[in-house]
Every structure is written in C-alpha cells, then in structure tokens.
Write a protein that binds this ligand. Structure first.
Ligand code: ARG
Length: 463
C-alpha cells in the first residue's frame, strides 16, 4: 500500500509523501551550510548599516550582531542543529538568531532578500576560494622553479608528436609549466578583480525603498563597490563561471603535467622517480610502483570541466532575475574547488619530491638523431648551404646512421664526406646534446643561460 500522504495513483513508487519530496528537492542546507561564515559576515554588515542609516535602532543592531557571533560559534563548534525544513543557510541562521535574541531578529531582513543575500554569500565564498587557489598555484610554481633551477643544464629529449625532436633542458621543460600556471594566476586574479562588486541591497530584484547605504555594506565586506544594477546583481553567476573556467584551464594544465609524469615514471622511459609518498604498490605484482596521484590529477579535469559545463547549462536561457535553478550553482563550484585544491596540492608534493634521472634523460636526449637540426643549421651557417639543401644532406646522413644502427655523432668524418665533400671535422661540435642546447640562446630558448634568466625573472616577479 502506498503511504497515505502520497498520491493514490502514483504514490506507490515514492516512499515519502509530497511534503517530504518537496523538502528533499527544495532544501539546500545540506551543502550551502559551507557558506555559514560568509552568511553571517554579510548579515553583520547589513545590521550595522541598518543602524547607521536609522532603519533599526542601535540596540537592536547590536543584539543582532552579537547574536550572529553566537550562531557562528555554535556552527564552528558543531553544536548547531541544521534543519532541512528551514531550507537553506540563510533561514537556518535567522531562525536560530530569533531563538537567541528574540524579536529584534525579525528586523534583520529589512531592505534585503534571500536573492541578494545568497548572491553576496556565494561571491564571498568564491572570492575566498580564488585567494586559496592563488596560494596553491604559487606553491606549485615555487616547486617547479626549484626543479628548473637545479636542472637548468640537464639535457633531455624534447618531443613533438611524442617523437624525439630536439634536445632541450629539464629546466626549460619545468619552466614551460611555470608559464602555464602563470597564466592561470592571471586568470584567477583577473576574475577576482572583476567579481568584486557587492550584490547586497539589490534586494529581491528591484532594490528597496528603505534608505539603505549599499556603499557602506560593500566596503565592510571588502568589495570595491556595490553592483550597479539590481536585476543583474541577483541573477549574475558569472563570477562562479569564471572561477570554473579558470579552474578548468588550470586543471587541464595539471592533467598534462600528470600525463608526462605517468609516461616519465614508466620502466620504458625512467626519466623520473616519483617518491613513495605519491605512489602505490600493486597487490599482485611486486615490481610495480604506480603513479596513482598523477593519474588521479589527470582525471580531475573531468569533474572540474563537468562542473563548468553543468553550471553553464543551468544558467543558459534563465530569464531575469533570480530563478531557483540557480541554487544548483553551489555544489558544482564546491566540488570543483575542493578537487582543484587537492590536485594542486598533490602536484606540488609530487614535483617537490620527484627525482629526475639525469643519466637516463641524457642518454635519451642523444638518441633518435635529436641533433639532426643542429647538423642542418651547421651546413647553412658554415658551408652557406640553402636550408632546403642542408635538410636534404642531413636526411641522407640520418639514413646512413640508421642503416649502420648508430647515432649521428658515431659516423666518421669520411662517411660524412661521402655524402657531402665539404663537411669538416668541426661539425662534431654541434652533434653533442650539450652543445646543442647551449646554442639555443634565442629569447625563450632552451639554453641553460636562458632558463636561468627565466627562473630569475619569475623569482623577482613573485617577490
Ligand atoms: N537557497 C537559495 C539558493 O541557493 C537561496 C535563495 C532563495 N531565494 C528564493 N527566492 N527562494 O539559491
């Protein structure tokens, strides 16, 4: 038999009656309690403003501000009882305030609505998260700079299409990620600057007839100014989307580095040894050390990008101003934020702890005819050959080495001269990987001197 309170025709499929189902779909307290501190900060600023503008008495505002601190301490101590019947964090806090201070609590909601309240709380939360993200990115950049500085002149193969292309330096490779994360930092800072307008006082959607001072609350909450259009203020979630966009790109960068670490730590590459702290063993294959942390970081982009797509989809097509759809913003952002922080922290730990295997890197750097371009450039520079012809001659030499099963520097001068008579002994100077990387001193090139200059530039910028 169906529950009495559920619909007689279809109620059998639902264990709960309509009231319980409505509460389950409507309540956000299960997740928006994470914004308790922001909600209380917003309400305290609002209460102070209501007193300053004479909308409520100083005594009432003081009672509200004190009472809100009590509520906060209860939440922090874990003694606060959250109620789903009270829907969300805003009503949970206000109801408890009423229990603590009585009637004056009823005046707190003057000149505001939950619509501007939730926009304010969530903005404050995202703003804090942008600051935390900035700190985590900076920590990872510091770990990469340390690696880059230590290995500014260690040679390794540079790849295109994951095929050996030209020798590069370990430091140069690390610094490539510093550049990516530097752009992530820029996006985070830029988003923070743009979002820093306060929705509080936009009220439900149209503003209010009470003589509120929105500049005062904006300033109290660390915003640059109040938002200028009340309709936009309560319906805007760009700040959350910008966070998710920046987080997605950053996670994508982490995923690429993670992929390299997975490849590099394999028995076939042996470019790096990851520390035990960020690896696991296999329960059946004793020889294995798996780069689990890297693999999970590589996968995190999935849920972060998913959150971005989910919220974009929620927002598209919503008419102005607030719609309840927007309550779906928070879980996506919370999940993405938690996982981005975790991925950044794990990557920082892995980068800090990993050891580059210099010998393996150097051996690999010299294989695969990686200095063929240096040879072609030498033919152009020293013999004044047109580059296209030099490319052809070099190709013939590579084919010869391939036939003999050796690398380019292993060919004798006579063998080289059999391909082109003018080749001289000093060609061997450019065939070594160290000379190859040292010669690439163009700005942003892989030469150790350039890498050290870039490390220095970054350190100065980050001061
Ligand atoms: N819990 C709601 C949310 O997260 C708060 C705003 C509710 N506003 C309303 N008019 N029902 O979006």
């Amino acid at each position: 038999m169906a529950d009495k309170s559920s619909n007689q025709m279809w109620g059998g499929r639902f264990a709960a009656g309509p009231d319980a189902i409505m509460e389950a779909i409507n309540a956000s307290i299960g997740f928006d309690k994470r914004m308790a501190a922001q909600d209380i900060a917003g309400s305290r600023a609002h209460a102070a403003m209501l007193a300053r503008t004479g909308i409520v008495s100083d005594t009432d505002a003081e009672a509200m501000r004190e009472g809100l601190l009590t509520v906060l301490s209860e939440i922090e101590a874990g003694t606060f009882e959250f109620s789903a019947a009270l829907e969300d964090i805003h009503m949970n806090v206000e109801a408890r305030l009423k229990e603590i201070i009585g009637a004056p609590a009823g005046r707190l909601h003057t000149g505001r609505s939950r619509n501007d309240q939730v926009a304010t709380d969530f903005k404050l939360w995202v703003r804090d998260q942008l600051d935390a993200t900035e700190g985590a990115i900076l920590a990872l950049v510091a770990a990469l700079l340390t690696q880059a500085e230590a290995g500014a002149d260690w040679v390794m193969p540079g790849f295109t299409h994951l095929q050996t292309a030209q020798p590069v330096t370990w430091g140069h490779h690390m610094m490539a990620y510093v550049e990516m994360l530097g752009r992530d930092l820029g996006r985070v800072r830029d988003a923070r600057k743009r979002m820093n307008e306060c929705p509080l006082g936009a009220a439900a959607l149209a503003g209010t007839s009470f003589p509120i001072d929105r500049h005062m609350t904006a300033e109290a909450l660390g915003f640059d100014r109040p938002s200028a259009n009340s309709l936009d203020a309560v319906s805007d979630r760009d700040f959350a989307l910008e966070f998710l966009g920046a987080a997605s790109i950053c996670a994508m960068h982490l995923s690429r580095l993670a992929e390299e670490l997975v490849i590099w730590s394999s028995a076939q590459f042996r470019f790096v040894t990851l520390s035990d702290r960020f690896s696991t063993g296999s329960s059946i294959m004793p020889q294995k050390k798996n780069p689990d942390a890297a693999e999970l970081i590589r996968a995190k982009i999935g849920r972060i990008f998913g959150a971005n797509v989910a919220l974009m989809t929620v927002m598209k097509g919503l008419p102005l101003a607030y719609s309840k759809d927007m309550q779906e913003d928070k879980e996506q952002v919370f999940d993405a934020a938690d996982n981005l922080m975790l991925a950044l922290a794990a990557m920082e730990g892995m980068v800090r702890d990993m050891t580059a295997n210099r010998e393996a890197l150097e051996a690999a750097a010299g294989s695969g005819f990686s200095t063929a371009t240096d040879l072609a450039d030498w033919l152009v520079r020293v013999l004044d050959m047109p580059f296209r012809e030099a490319h052809h001659v070099t190709g013939a030499l590579v084919a010869m080495a391939e036939r003999k099963g050796c690398d380019l520097p292993d060919l004798s001068l006579e063998e080289m001269q059999s391909v082109h008579a003018a080749i001289r002994a000093d060609v061997f100077d450019v065939l070594g990987v160290h000379n190859s990387v040292a010669s690439r001193t163009s700005y942003g090139g892989t030469a150790p001197s350039e890498v050290r200059a870039q490390v220095k530039r970054w350190r100065e910028m980050l001061k």
